[in-house]
Design a protein around this ligand. Structure first.
Ligand SMILES: Cc1cc2nc3c(=O)[nH]c(=O)nc-3n(C[C@H](O)[C@H](O)[C@H](O)COP(=O)(O)O)c2cc1C
Length: 190
C-alpha cells in the first residue's frame, strides 16, 4: 500500500496542490492508499513526560502513534509532502518521526549498533517546496538529503537507492508555469 505523509496546514498552499495532484494520480490506479494528514489530524508533536518515560522501552501511550505504526507496517511506499521551513522539515513532521519511529518498531539497537526494521518500505518519495533550490539546501545543512533520507530513513532499514528527493525551488516566483510543470511531472514518480 502507498501512504502519503503530509505536513501543511493550509488548503490554499502549493503543497496542497501537490497533495491533490498525487491523489488524482493514485485514484486512477484504483490501488488503495492512505493519507496521514498531520495538521488535519491534529497530531501533537510535543512529547508529554509520560511519552518520554515510555520512549526508552519503545512504547507509547499515544493511540494516534499506534494507529500510524499500523499504517506504516501495511505500507510498501511512502510519499512525504512538506514545505522547507528553516532549511528543514516542519516541526510537526519531526515530531512524527520522534514519536512514531520507536525502538522495537522501526529499529533495534544492540551495543550501539542499529538495525532498521522498516524493510517493508521499498520506495520513498520526498516532495518538498521552498524559495531555495535543491543545491542551496544541500550546501546549507543538507537536512533533507543528508539527514532525513541518507541518515534517518536509511537507519530505519530503507535502502538509499529506493529513495528520491523531488524538490521545487523558486516557489515565490509569480510565474506559474514552473509550478504547473512540476505538478504534471509528479506522475512520473508515483
Ligand atoms: C517558518 C517558515 C520558514 C521558512 N524557511 C525557509 C527556508 O529555510 N528556505 C526556503 O527556501 N524557504 C523557506 N520558507 C518558505 C517556504 O518554503 C515556502 O513558503 C513554501 O515552500 C511555499 O509553499 P506553500 O505555498 O505550499 O506554503 C519558509 C517559510 C516559513 C513559513
Amino acid at each position: 500500500m502507498k501512504t502519503i505523509i503530509y505536513a501543511h496546514p493550509w488548503e490554499g498552499s502549493f503543497n496542497h496542490s501537490i497533495l491533490e495532484a498525487i491523489k488524482k494520480e493514485l485514484d486512477k490506479s484504483n490501488e488503495p492508499y492512505k493519507i496521514i494528514d498531520l495538521y488535519k489530524e491534529s497530531f501533537n508533536p510535543v512529547f508529554s513526560p509520560e511519552e518520554l518515560r515510555m520512549y526508552g522501552i519503545g512504547e507509547t501511550p499515544y493511540e494516534k502513534v499506534k494507529e500510524y505504526q499500523k499504517i506504516i507496517v501495511d505500507s510498501s511506499d511512502l510519499i512525504f509532502i512538506f514545505p522547507i521551513w528553516w532549511y528543514d522539515m516542519p516541526a510537526i513532521l519531526k515530531g512524527f518521526l520522534d514519536k512514531v519511529m520507536l525502538k522495537k518498531f522501526a529499529y533495534l539497537e544492540e551495543n550501539g549498533v542499529w538495525t532498521g526494521l522498516l524493510t517493508n518500505i521499498t520506495k520513498v518519495n520526498v516532495i518538498t517546496t521552498a524559495s531555495m533550490s535543491k543545491k542551496d539546501l544541500t550546501e546549507n545543512g543538507n537536512a533533507i538529503q543528508g539527514v532525513f533520507i541518507d541518515s534517518i530513513l536509511t537507519s530505519l532499514g530503507i535502502f538509499k537507492e529506493n529513495m528520491k528527493w523531488i524538490h521545487i525551488g523558486d516557489i515565490t516566483d509569480p510565474n506559474n508555469e514552473n509550478r504547473i510543470k512540476f505538478l504534471e511531472s509528479l506522475k512520473n514518480y508515483i
